[in-house]
Design a protein. Structure first.
Length: 160
């Protein structure tokens, strides 16, 4: 793949990739941006490994997902989840608090469930494509989706 081809592919999918990573990082846009940049660098450095028969977006999402997982394994938690759940948006707050409850609920999901839910519902990937991105079976993806929906339903019901 040439540099120009890589740039064209990235321009076509980077907005969706950044949105996915922001949701995967539970609204932490700075962390998502860092992971996106690291993922794009990794992809560029290994673009000769891209198979033309594969979809570029699936390939780049897999790199981003693996970068996210690596980061989560090495990161140390800095804030208790209970503290995040009790934080409420003040009256007249700007739109940055619009999805606060959803991000907090997504943060309560295990990473595999969160990834499956986000890729399926936010980016409309099929279970087969999600299995390729996450390097799992389609049955495992369906199980992560089912469990993720149930967990989200239970978590979000506490906000009502």
């Amino acid at each position: 793949m040439t540099r120009e081809q890589f740039i064209n592919h990235v321009e076509g999918c980077q907005r969706a990739l950044r949105r996915f990573l922001t949701a995967l990082c539970c609204g932490d846009s700075q962390l998502a941006e860092d992971i996106a940049q690291e993922s794009l660098i990794k992809a560029y450095l290994s673009c000769e490994g891209f198979r033309e028969d594969a979809r570029f977006t699936t390939w780049i999402y897999r790199i981003a997902y693996n970068t996210f997982v690596t980061h989560k394994r090495s990161a140390r938690p800095t804030e208790e989840l209970d503290q995040a759940h009790t934080a409420m948006a003040p009256e007249g707050a700007d739109s940055s608090f619009e999805y606060q409850e959803l991000h907090a609920a997504l943060d309560g999901l295990p990473p595999k469930e969160r990834t499956a839910v986000l890729l399926f519902y936010m980016d409309s990937y099929s279970t087969k494509e999600i299995a390729e991105i996450t390097d799992t079976s389609e049955a495992a993806v369906r199980q992560h989706l089912s469990r993720g929906r149930n967990h989200l339903r239970n978590i979000l019901s506490t906000y009502q």
